[in-house]
Design a protein around this ligand. Structure first.
Ligand SMILES: [Zn+2]
Length: 140
């Protein structure tokens, strides 16, 4: 997953063992006094939507499950919240992140997003099979 050509890098900020998003540096910080609410040792952040939120491994289980830790509230509060976003495995998390980037006809993960000609819709366009589908309305 350190492969920067993996399509997951389009879906979120993915942290790796090398490069500008260093997973070791990130986790040192989250587990230190530098953050307002220090993370417990068993949580290991590995991805973010880029707004102070993280997807983290909960290493108390093997294989580790994944929990979403948002920017509001402490990790402990969110761990205790039955409504928190959770995934049973990395594969389940990966598929959930890639859903939006996957062509529903051929399964290609190279889809692009473009405005429709009348600029009313965001289209999902698949370069592999040519399939286009409407996604969200564009708010002007
Ligand atoms: Zn396709």
């Amino acid at each position: 997953m350190t492969d920067t050509s993996d399509p997951i890098h389009r879906a979120c900020d993915f942290y790796a063992l090398s490069g500008e998003r260093d997973i070791v540096v990130l986790n040192k910080r989250l587990h230190s006094q530098e953050v307002w609410s220090r993370w417990p040792d068993f949580l290991v952040a590995f991805a973010s939507n880029g707004c102070g939120d993280y997807f983290a491994y909960d290493t108390r289980q093997s294989p580790a499950s994944i929990i979403y830790i948002g920017p509001d509230g402490t990790p402990e509060e969110q761990l205790a919240d039955p409504e928190a976003l959770r995934y049973d495995s990395f594969d389940e998390w990966y598929e959930s992140q890639m859903e939006r980037y996957t062509c529903s006809r051929c399964g290609s993960r190279e889809v692009r997003f473009e405005a429709s000609k009348d600029r009313q819709w965001l289209l999902r366009v698949c370069p592999a099979c040519g399939f286009q589908e409407q996604t969200d309305a564009i708010d002007l």
